[in-house]
Ligand binder design. Structure first.
Ligand code: EPZ
Length: 436
C-alpha cells in the first residue's frame, strides 16, 4: 500500500463479460474481531483480499492469536491463547473498524483498551452510541490520550436503545453482549446484511441471538462458543459498484456470486435510472446492461433496507451521465460529497448544499487527474474514468484497496483499459501511446 500508487484508466470502453463478487468488507471486519469470543479455533471462508482484512489479521496476531492461511480466501484462527486486551494506536488508527475490538475484547475478558478509530474522513463519526451500549452492559468507560479504556465486573445483559441507527454500535453491542450474563435487548438496531452475517457467525458457534436484520435484537448470554467453519456473505456494495460501472459504460455484465435480496434497493434505483437488470436469484447473479438513455432520478440514502450510503458516490456518478437534473440526498453519513470537487474536474455539473447534491446530467465526462478522498469516492472516480473520454489518473488508491479486492484485475477482465502505477515513469506503454 504505497501512497504514490495510482490507477491510470483510458475510458470509453464498454464493460462486457462476467465478474465474481468477493466476501463483504463490512461483514469480515466485524467477524474477524468476533473470533476473539470463540473458545476453540475456527475457520473463516470467502475472506476478501483487501487491506482492512490484512490489518484485522495483524491486530489479531498482535493480540496473540494464531492465524493460518489455508487457501486464497480461507483462514484458520486460534484465539484461545490470547492474553493481551490492548489494541495500540499504531494498529487501530489504520482502519475505522478497529473499534470492533473494543466489543470483542470486552465481551471475552470484561476489559479492553483500544485506540479511537481511524478510517474514512466522513464527518464527525462519533462513538457515543458504542460507549452507551458498553455502559448499559455494566462497563466503565474512560477516554484518555486517544485510548478507550473499558472494564466490567462482569458484563450483565440489559436493554439498549440507540438514539440513531448505527451499524458500528449495533455490531459492538452484539460483541459485548454475546457472553454477558442474562438477556440483552438492542432497540433501534441497524439491519444491514453484515449485522445478520455477524449474528449468523456467532450463532454457528453456539451463541443465542435472535432478531438480527430487524430493529430489535435479543441476545441471551452463553458461557462457551465452540469452533465453526463459516463463509462470509458476498459484498453487496462491491456488487453495486460493478453494476453501476457496467451501466456507466453502456456495457453488458453478469455480476456473479451475489445475494440478490441484498441488492433490492440498488436494483430499484438503477431501474428508475433506466438500467436493465435481470436478477437470477437461483444462480446468485444479476445481469446489467442499458438499452437506451439514462434517466434523471432523485435518490435518498437510508439505513438498510433503504438505498445504502456506501453506494451514494457511485450512483451520483451515474447520474452525471443521465440527461437532466437529478437530486441526491445523503441522509446517513455526514460530509459524504467531498468527491464532488474531483468529479467537477472531469466535467461534472454538481452543486452541493448540505445534505443535497443537485446534478445537471450532461451525458459525458472527460478524463483528468483526480484524487480519492475515501473508499467509495475512489470507486466512484474509477467509474467516472471508465465512462469518460480520455485518460483519468486516480491518486490515493490505498482508499480503494481497503475495500475492493483486485479491482484492476476484475475490470481488465471486463475489457477496461486500466493499470496500476506505482511510480509515474512505470506507466505501461499501451496507455502512454494511446493516451489522449
Ligand atoms: C459503517 O460505518 C460502515 N463501516 C460504513 O461503511 C457505512 O457507511 C456505515 O456503516 C453506514 O452504513 C463499517 O461497517 C466498517 P454508523 P459506521 O455507525 O459504523 C452516527 C464503507 O464505505 N453515529 O452506521 O461508522 C454517525 O455519525 C464504510 O464501507 C453516532 O452519532 O456508521 C453517522 O451519521 C464507510 N454515534 C450515523 O450514525 C455513534 O456512536 C451512521 O453511522 C455512531 C454513529
Amino acid at each position: 500500500m504505497n501512497s504514490s500508487d495510482r490507477f491510470v484508466i483510458k475510458g470509453g470502453r464498454r464493460l462486457m463479460g462476467e465478474v465474481e463478487i468477493s466476501g463483504a468488507k463490512n461483514a469480515v471486519v466485524a467477524i474477524l474481531p468476533a473470533v476473539l469470543l470463540c473458545d476453540e479455533p475456527c475457520v473463516i471462508e470467502n475472506v476478501p483480499d483487501i487491506s482492512d482484512v490484512v490489518i484485522s489479521l495483524q491486530i489479531l496476531e498482535e493480540l496473540g492469536a494464531i492465524v493460518e492461511k489455508l487457501g486464497p480466501h480461507t483462514y484458520r484462527i486460534d484465539a484461545t491463547g490470547i492474553k493481551s486486551t490492548c489494541v495500540p494506536y499504531e494498529s487501530a488508527r489504520r482502519m475505522r473498524a478497529s473499534y470492533y475490538f473494543m466489543g470483542a475484547l470486552l465481551g471475552r475478558f470484561s476489559k479492553a483498551r483500544v485506540s479511537m478509530p481511524g478510517g474514512c474522513p466522513l464527518g464527525a463519526r462519533p462513538i457515543d452510541q458504542h460507549l452507551k451500549a458498553f455502559q448499559k452492559l455494566g462497563a466503565q468507560c474512560k477516554l484518555e490520550q486517544g485510548m478507550v479504556d473499558l472494564s466490567a465486573n462482569p458484563l450483565k445483559g440489559n436493554q439498549i436503545f440507540f438514539d440513531v441507527v448505527t451499524v458500528g454500535a449495533t455490531v459492538n453491542a452484539i460483541l459485548a453482549a454475546v457472553k454477558a450474563e442474562g438477556l440483552t435487548v438492542i432497540g433501534n438496531a441497524a439491519k444491514e446484511p453484515h449485522i445478520v452475517d455477524l449474528a449468523s457467525f456467532l450463532n454457528s458457534m453456539g451463541a443465542d441471538i435472535i432478531g438480527a436484520g430487524t430493529d430489535t435484537i435479543k441476545i441471551r448470554g452463553v458461557k462457551y462458543l465452540h469452533g465453526t467453519d463459516y463463509p462470509i456473505i458476498p459484498d453487496q456494495i462491491e456488487a453495486g459498484t460493478y453494476m453501476v460501472a457496467a451501466a456507466a459504460t453502456g456495457g453488458n455484465v453478469l455480476v456473479k456470486n451475489v445475494t440478490v435480496r441484498h441488492l433490492n434497493s440498488i436494483i430499484s434505483v438503477m431501474e428508475k435510472i433506466g438500467v436493465q437488470i435481470e436478477a437470477d436469484e437461483e444462480h446468485d447473479q444479476v445481469r446489467v446492461f442499458t438499452d437506451g438513455p439514462l434517466i434523471k432520478t432523485n435518490v435518498k440514502t437510508r439505513p438498510h433496507p433503504g438505498f445504502p450510503t456506501d453506494m451514494q458516490p457511485q450512483i451520483s456518478t451515474l447520474l452525471c451521465l443521465a440527461e437532466g437534473t437529478s437530486m441526491v440526498k445523503e441522509d446517513v453519513s455526514e460530509q459524504r460529497f467531498q468527491y464532488v470537487d474531483e468529479l467537477r474536474r472531469m466535467g461534472a455539473d454538481i452543486q452541493v448544499d448540505g445534505k443535497v447534491a443537485v446534478i445537471e446530467g450532461t451525458g459525458r465526462l472527460t478524463g483528468a487527474p483526480v484524487k480519492a478522498c475515501d473508499l467509495r469516492a475512489g470507486a466512484a472516480l474509477m467509474i467516472a474514468g471508465l465512462a469518460a473520454s480520455g485518460v483519468t489518473y486516480v491518486e490515493d488508491i490505498f482508499h480503494v484497496e481497503r475495500g475492493y479486492s483486485d479491482m484492476v484485475g476484475k475490470l481488465r477482465a471486463l475489457g477496461a483499459e486500466i493499470v496500476k502505477e506505482t511510480h509515474p515513469d512505470e506507466a505501461e506503454p499501451l496507455l502512454q501511446e494511446n493516451a489522449g
